[in-house]
Design a protein around this ligand. Structure first.
Ligand SMILES: Cc1cc2nc3c(=O)[nH]c(=O)nc-3n(C[C@H](O)[C@H](O)[C@H](O)COP(=O)(O)OP(=O)(O)OC[C@H]3O[C@@H](n4cnc5c(N)ncnc54)[C@H](O)[C@@H]3O)c2cc1C
Length: 461
């Protein structure tokens, strides 16, 4: 980056908040995809006004900017693919500004870590449900920009279901207020809705107001062991139609069960075809008991070999061990994992899984699957030997076929991890040319000079 630019930006944020040294450039060059793109500078804005002034300057000089929270994204959203500046939000803009108990709202800066907000509001008897597995480090700005989900999505929904209002800065430096602190608001376009999941391509989010709900008082965990994936899925449908409303309904197929047994050594039947693990909650114990009864009946009606209920926290932890270790354990089947988070209408899960396994067989690759059966979002892991170019090529072919299948079944390329760079090449499967053109026009309206995170979500570099 030219010295005149670094000097001008240092004049905005102070020399202590702009870095161009090798260590900083390296530290901010990657995310959870483990791919590296080196930025030319890293800037730590102190507040919204800094963001406004930085964007105004960069827009005038056509300097590319990528906003970054914790860099835990799985699809390369925070990678500075086209160089330029990393706008690192988490260092200074990380305060919980207000908890409004009467309206049950929390207003936060975007760099607040998800779990910090959860802990803060739970101490007040309130609850912020979205719980991505990265909750201990991912930021709420990143969560909004990816519309993060989590284990509790089956009952409580995704980040979007809690976003009431946003403040954001457009590429030209204009500050936008989107949404309201009211339950009802039908005035104007839903700009907050457009910014959610926009992966930093439209504006930099500078403040977030989130809905909170009362914290349920009782939670219990359950596990069902089934002879087949189909039985497990039918048990899901029957439980939900029967009136159960589980917080989580997590699924592991037999390949994952086997991998967890091998890697972690936990006790599970060798012939387990599939597992369902989850939580139910409520405000009185009877509500929890009622739900567990529906689950047990539905599971047994669908050939469950076993139905376990955790009586205490220690047992609860033991039941969840298999699910928590699902992702690392599947490395039993290969050194490289092509990991996608497809989502289909829940009713299509049995068909989707059957066809996904067939695609794996066609390419002679193991495809262990696990994930959120309660909401139709499954983590599909195409496992291969990373040093074998043929397997690598076949793996990528398999992924494309899986995406085609998912879209044909009415599903989507990503349930929670977003598009970023990793799935940009598949956008043509999911969207028509007219829809892709509309995306480009929306981008153009927000960011005509294409300085905000270009080249993501299939948008131009
Ligand atoms: C082990 C692990 C488990 C995970 N589990 C889940 C899970 O269960 N569910 C789930 O949904 N995801 C999960 N993720 C993915 C990831 O944590 C989420 O996508 C998360 O929301 C990213 O937050 P972040 O702060 O790390 O954002 P980053 O990775 O830094 O950025 C993500 C995107 O948001 C943009 N962005 C960040 N801040 C702003 C801002 N203030 N304004 C505008 N744009 C911004 C970036 O430009 C980028 O495009 C997991 C990741 C890991 C590593």
């Amino acid at each position: 980056m030219e010295t005149r630019h670094t000097e001008a930006l240092q004049a905005i944020v102070g020399a202590e908040n702009l870095y161009t040294d090798a260590a900083h450039l390296r530290a901010y060059s990657y995310d959870a995809t483990r791919t590296h793109y080196r930025p030319e500078a890293v800037i730590f804005p102190r507040d919204e006004d800094d963001v406004r002034r930085i964007l105004t300057y960069c827009n005038a000089h056509k300097i590319v900017i990528t906003a970054r929270g914790a860099g835990s994204g799985f699809t390369g959203g925070a990678l500075p693919k086209n160089g330029g500046i990393i706008l690192a939000i988490e260092k200074h803009m990380n305060r919980i500004l207000n908890v409004d108990m009467e309206n049950m709202l929390a207003t936060v800066q975007p760099g607040v870590v998800n779990k910090d907000l959860q802990r803060h509001v739970e101490a007040l008897g309130l609850f912020y449900p979205p719980d991505p597995a990265s909750e201990e480090y991912s930021t709420l700005g990143g969560n909004v920009s990816e519309n993060a989900g989590g284990m509790r999505a089956a009952k409580y929904g995704l980040t979007k279901d809690y976003v009431m209002a946003l403040r954001a800065v457009r590429a030209n430096g204009d500050v936008i207020r989107a949404g309201k602190h009211t339950i009802k608001d039908v005035a104007g376009y839903n700009i907050a809705g457009i910014l959610i999941a926009s992966e930093g391509t439209l504006a930099v989010i500078t403040e977030i107001t989130l809905k909170l709900i009362p914290k349920p008082k009782f939670t219990q965990s359950y596990m069902g062991i089934f002879p087949s994936v189909e039985d497990a899925m039918n048990a899901v449908f029957k439980s939900l139609a029967g009136g159960a409303n589980p917080v989580a309904m997590e699924f592991l197929d037999n390949l994952v069960v086997h991998a967890v047994k091998e890697k972690i050594g936990i006790e599970l039947p060798e012939d387990a075809g599939a597992l369902l693990i989850g939580d139910v909650d409520g405000n009185v114990p009877e509500e929890v008991t009622f739900q567990l009864k529906i689950l047990e009946e539905s599971f047994r009606a669908n050939s469950a070999q076993e139905f376990r209920i955790a009586e205490d926290a220690a047992e609860r932890d033991r039941l969840w061990v298999a699910r928590r270790n699902a992702s690392p354990s599947v490395t039993l089947y290969g050194t490289k994992k092509l990991n996608e988070d497809i989502s289909v209408p829940r009713s299509k899960l049995p068909e989707a899984l059957t066809e996904i396994y067939k695609i794996g067989d066609k390419y002679d690759l193991k495809v262990p699957c696990f994930g959120h059966a309660g909401d139709g979002n499954i983590h599909v892991n195409v496992m291969l030997d990373g040093s074998d170019p043929v397997q690598l090529e076949n793996g990528h072919k398999a992924i494309r076929e899986i995406f085609q299948l998912v879209v044909e079944l009415g599903g989507t390329l990503s349930g929670e991890h977003g598009i970023g760079l990793s799935k940009a090449a598949f956008m043509d499967i999911a969207f028509t040319p007219a829809e892709l053109q509309l995306f480009r026009e929306i981008k153009q309206a927000f960011d005509p000079n294409n300085i905000l995170n270009p080249g993501k979500m299939g948008l131009p570099d």
